[in-house]
Design a protein around this ligand. Structure first.
Ligand code: CA
Length: 241
């Protein structure tokens, strides 16, 4: 039997690589080992924590590029980690791992500000693809200098900031990218499938409802000035309200 690892352990000494650092919070050793292997092979630095409190503290101290967080964790569950980080203004892109589809429903319902979800058992390749999509989105979603305005909502794609009537609104990476994508082509109607492919960067696995949940979160943050219009039976577009 291999020795039980300490509560937090580094894959190697150079945890932050050029590609970034992925913080994996997962209490099943077999899964975290597999993720570590696949992510390291892609050039990511990987730090693993196997408890909720350890994951939260590592998120605060290591400033990871992306987090992969199991929902069921000892000490503090994944949703509590996400909630705590968002409450502190930490918008690190966060991919939830869930044991069951029902958990996805619960997470979506909580509106925690998670960026993506994947259900176990998952293929490590799929997780790597999602992590890459998340880092790509953070790295460049629009050309430098791009700013979009629809009604009272202004998006600065370079600074990744959104202002409504001059007041900054803080969005998750996914919320930002979704809004910027819609506002870059005002009036154009996008289907949910198009948005998943354009914004999330891969085909729908968790389902197009993910788009609806993120739109709902955006609307609640942008209030009456939200430029997102539902086109019944088709999808969404950005237009002056
Ligand atoms: Ca677990």
């Amino acid at each position: 039997m291999p020795a039980v690892p300490p509560a937090g352990y580094l894959w190697d000494a150079t945890a932050m690589t050029e590609k970034g650092l992925v913080l994996v919070v997962e209490d099943e050793r077999a899964i975290s080992d597999l993720l570590r292997l696949y992510l390291a092979r892609e050039g990511f630095g990987v730090h693993i924590e196997n408890t909720g409190p350890g994951g939260l503290s590592a998120a605060r101290t290591l400033s990871p590029t992306v987090m992969i967080v199991d929902v069921g964790l000892p000490g503090l569950d994944g949703t509590e980690i996400c909630r705590a980080l968002r409450a502190e203004g930490n918008w690190v892109p966060l991919l939830f791992c869930t044991a069951r589809d029902e958990e996805v429903d619960r997470i979506l319902g909580l509106e925690l500000g998670a960026d993506d979800y994947i259900t176990k058992p998952f293929s490590p390749r799929e997780v790597v693809a999602r992590v890459k999509a998340l880092t790509r989105r953070v790295a460049h979603t629009a050309s430098p200098g791009d700013t979009y305005r629809v009604g009272e909502v202004a998006v600065d794609a370079t600074a990744r900031r959104v202002h409504v009537r001059g007041v900054e609104v803080v969005l998750t990476a996914t919320e930002f990218d979704l809004l910027a994508h819609l506002m870059a082509s005002p009036g154009r109607v996008f289907t949910r499938e198009q948005l998943l492919s354009d914004v999330w960067g891969y085909a729908a696995i968790v389902g197009t409802r993910t788009v609806d949940v993120h739109v709902a979160q955006l609307r609640s943050k942008l209030g009456d000035d939200s430029p997102i219009r539902t086109v019944r039976g088709v999808g969404y577009s950005a237009e002056e309200p």
